[in-house]
Design a protein around this ligand. Structure first.
Ligand code: ATP
Length: 236
């Protein structure tokens, strides 16, 4: 089932131990070639949804299929998925490149130069990848973290608010990075609380509010036809 579909989420529900239901009845699909934006105000349940997808927290109910494989809570994430780890730390005395190589070696997977060069190129790191990371700006760190998620060119890339703390030129660059990534049969799922950002970056959007989906579909349909959706998410 769905063997060629990067991600299928069906009826996802997550109640935390204090009983708070952070997400419920969340169902959506990510196809190859799509950049899907998970859009909603703070507290809408975006991070919870992505953490469940990455196997970092267990769902209360629902099913997740990654390329047809049912995600089993606690099992290792498929190598076909790359994720932006929350607040990744880099070793300050090593270059960005050395950090990425060390990270990859820790995963125990073989290093393939060509794929890494391509990942770095898509991430737009340029020559600064050879500088020590202690000299990096916030934007460079963020880009290195995204390059890390792209290593090995996973077919599905999952990013939680990658533009957080970036300035407008860096946000524009991030947009190009994600759009470049979602070619060659790859796909991206990215969260954001900014409608304009999703509108400009994504092909599709899943709009969540208070843990539920309030709209989903091609970005043009959502932005054009649903003024109420714009109101829901812009008054954040
Ligand atoms: P943000 O952009 O602020 O991260 P979000 O859309 O990603 O927002 P979540 O972080 O998923 O939202 O949080 C959704 C709701 O679940 C919030 O009300 C939050 O307080 C609650 N929540 C998150 N983690 C826990 C937890 N461990 N225990 C209880 N409630 C939690």
């Amino acid at each position: 089932e769905h063997a060629d579909t990067p991600l299928v989420v069906k009826g996802l529900r997550k109640a935390y131990s204090d009983g708070f239901v952070a997400v419920q009845e969340i169902s959506f699909t990510v196809q190859r070639g799509q950049v899907v934006g998970l859009l909603g105000p703070n507290g809408a349940g975006k991070t919870t949804t992505l953490r469940v997808l990455m196997g970092l927290t267990q769902p209360t109910a629902g099913e997740i299929f990654v390329f047809g494989h049912r995600l089993v809570p606690g099992a290792p994430i498929l190598s076909r998925v790359g994720a932006l780890v929350e607040g990744p730390g880099f070793l300050p005395h090593l270059s960005g490149y050395e950090n990425l190589k060390a990270y990859w070696q820790a995963t125990g997977r073989p290093w393939a130069d060509a794929r890494f060069e391509e990942a770095l190129e898509i991430a737009g790191l340029g020559d600064s990848v050879h500088r020590k990371t202690r000299k990096y700006s916030h934007g460079m760190r963020q880009r290195l973290a995204i390059a890390q998620a792209m290593l090995g060119l996973p077919e599905l890339l999952v990013l939680d608010e990658p533009t957080d703390g970036l300035d407008p030129p860096q946000i524009a660059e991030m947009r190009r990075v994600l759009q470049r990534y979602a070619t060659d049969g790859r796909a991206v799922l990215v969260s954001s609380h900014l409608l304009a950002e999703v509108e400009q970056t994504c092909t599709h959007a899943v709009v969540v509010n208070k843990g539920r989906i309030v709209a989903s579909g091609p970005v043009d349909d959502i932005v054009g036809d649903s003024p109420s959706v714009q109101l829901d998410v812009s008054d954040v």
